[in-house]
Design a protein around this ligand. Sequence first.
Ligand code: AMP
Length: 221
Amino acid sequence: MDASARVVLLGPPGAGKGTQAKLLEQEFGAVQISTGDILRKAVADQTPLGKQAGDYLKRGALVPDDVIIDLIAERLQQKDCAKGFLLDGFPRTIPQAESLDVILKKLALSLNCVLSVQVPREVIIERLAGRRTCKNCGALSHVIFEPPKQPGVCDRCGGELYQRDDDREETIANRLTVYEAQTAPLVDYYRRQGALREIDGVGSISEIRVRVMTALGGLVS
Ligand code: AMP
């Protein structure tokens, strides 16, 4: 059994990758690396990366591979990744996946699992359109399925909840098209590598958590 979790969470936007990654963080002491969160923070802070990425995020298009690959190569070398990492939103294209293989090889590491979370399109649209994100801690809630105790206020930290620009209906359709064209082929890529575990992502957070833990059983500790 491996002493640290090195897991990729794969699946369309709204599959619950971020929610499950946060739970796995607590379970394994591994660090969640969400490229979407990193990019949104860079946009909010108006860093050079944020200025470069902002327009792509707004449109629901993918930020160019070289930008993201450099970002991940640097991030995976940081000390906290020694405890393990949960990649959430990366890789999203075949070139990104190939680069990840190279980066990990250089670090003498390998993935212990790629978890593909499957959710039908109509469920995704329902989830994303009602999703709210905390401006302060990034926690997720949903206006119908996970309503906060006080509307607009994060249960976890009291921060302000907001709707991401790209969770608006017009952008969701574009993100799903991008997913099908560019990210879905990664399922076969990782199946061929023998690293893939597939789970049904429809259900409550705790039901899906049980499936995630079952799928990871014996692979990470
Ligand atoms: P997410 O929070 O994972 O849904 O990502 C939000 C947005 O960030 C995406 O729609 C892309 O514009 C950008 N993004 C996040 N991860 C990547 C990636 N691995 N490659 C390219 N763009 C990304």
